[in-house]
Design a protein around this ligand. Structure first.
Ligand SMILES: Nc1ncnc2c1ncn2[C@@H]1O[C@H](COP(=O)(O)OP(=O)(O)O)[C@@H](O)[C@H]1O
Ligand SMILES: [Mg+2]
Length: 352
């Protein structure tokens, strides 16, 4: 599977470690992925896997005491040289010019993005005035237009309303309008529909797809919900304990999952017609807090296929195991080989 669209974002070995009294919390621990222009990448994993910290790190809005390393390369011009967001001062003018204009983010709870004290319109206009134009009348026009495009009726009246006056679904639409009003090349959506009921969720997902077709932006879509992944994204990175454990196009991931964690997640999707209360009943236990992480695979304690003496000794690297399909699991000889090759000479296995 080849995709010749130009790269927009390349995340390389991103790490965000939080030094706490109890030890170093490795919230993001060597994450790599790519997003091409106009494409959607999904990042999926249970709560606590490091999805939000990954996007906060990309935007450089992780907690102040966090230590972020690796690269976040943004190709501002198609085919041009990238800039590295990790090398930027998180408070500097450079990253502030990118945040909100080239990269916009929407969260699960719009109330945290909107101030309750100002009208929706003023807040959207503020973003437009900061990044697009200094003409207030024009900014208001753009804001009204965007509110209309996200399906808010009577936008020239609604623009004067306060966030609390809108329903959850309408607030989420208004937040999308604010995010898109500066025509970002990348929209990051962190569980944007999790708090919404199923019908509204479906509407918001459709809206995002329609807006992507119209504006051509890339989307980085974060969710714990594989059902949403199936409907929304071109490629998927499955995260576990701060790492990407499987990376594939969406069809391959669903039809031929190659990591026991992904396989367990897929088994836990409720079948249509059957109501399942226990979301992840097929995955034993829950995601541990990544303080003083043991060596070896993070999924080892919960894995039905774990191999003692291997999986708890060496952390499997993320390696291509089929066409365009990567897995970080020692079930695949390619992964064993790659781990072997990275050991210092003299301690490599299988050489006698
Ligand atoms: N501000 C913080 N301070 C300390 N630990 C945090 C903070 N934010 C998140 N964490 C921890 O980092 C890990 C990853 O969290 P997060 O990125 O929010 O996961 P997800 O979005 O996948 O649910 C979790 O173990 C969480 O407890
Ligand atoms: Mg989260």
């Amino acid at each position: 599977m080849t995709d010749d669209r130009p790269l927009l974002l390349e995340v390389e070995d991103l790490r965000t470690h939080l030094p706490l009294d109890e030890g170093i919390l490795k919230a993001v621990d060597g994450v790599s992925f790519q997003i091409r222009r106009g494409r959607t990448l999904g990042v999926v994993g249970e709560s606590g896997c490091g999805k939000s910290m990954t996007v906060l790190s990309i935007m450089r809005i992780a907690p102040l005491y966090a230590e972020t390393s690796g690269k976040v390369l943004l190709y501002r011009e198609p085919g041009g040289a990238p800039v590295d967001l990790v090398s930027m001062d998180p408070h500097g003018a450079e990253i502030r010019a990118i945040r909100g204009s080239e990269i916009a983010i929407i969260f699960q709870e719009p109330m945290t993005s909107f101030s309750p004290l100002h009208t929706i319109g003023n807040q959207i206009m503020e973003a437009i005035l900061l990044h697009r134009t200094s003409d207030k009348k024009l900014a208001r026009g753009i804001a009204i237009d965007m509110l209309g495009r996200v399906g808010i009726s009577n936008p020239s009246q609604r623009i004067n309303e306060y966030p609390y006056q809108l329903s959850g679904g309408m607030r989420q639409r208004a937040m999308i309008a604010m995010a898109l009003s500066c025509e970002p090349s990348l929209l990051i959506a962190d569980e944007p529909t999790t708090a919404l009921d199923v019908t509204v969720q479906a509407q918001v997902l459709k809206l995002m797809r329609d807006l992507q077709a119209e504006f051509g932006m890339s989307i980085l879509y974060i969710t714990h919900d594989l059902g949403v992944i199936a409907r929304m994204v071109d490629e998927v990175a499955v995260m576990y304990l701060g790492q990407v454990v499987e990376y594939a196009d969406t069809d391959s991931l669903f039809y031929d999952p190659k990591h026991p964690y992904t396989q367990a997640l897929l088994k836990s999707i409720p079948k249509i017609g059957k109501r399942s209360k226990k979301r992840l009943e097929s995955v034993q236990g829950s995601v541990p807090i990544p303080i003083n992480k043991p060596v070896g695979c993070g999924f080892y304690p919960r894995c039905p296929a774990a191999m003692d003496g291997l999986c708890n000794v060496i952390n499997p690297p993320l390696v291509t195991v089929a066409d365009g399909h990567k897995s970080a699991c020692f079930l695949y000889p390619e992964v064993v080989q790659a781990a072997n090759a990275s050991l210092p000479e003299g301690v490599q296995h299988g050489q006698s």
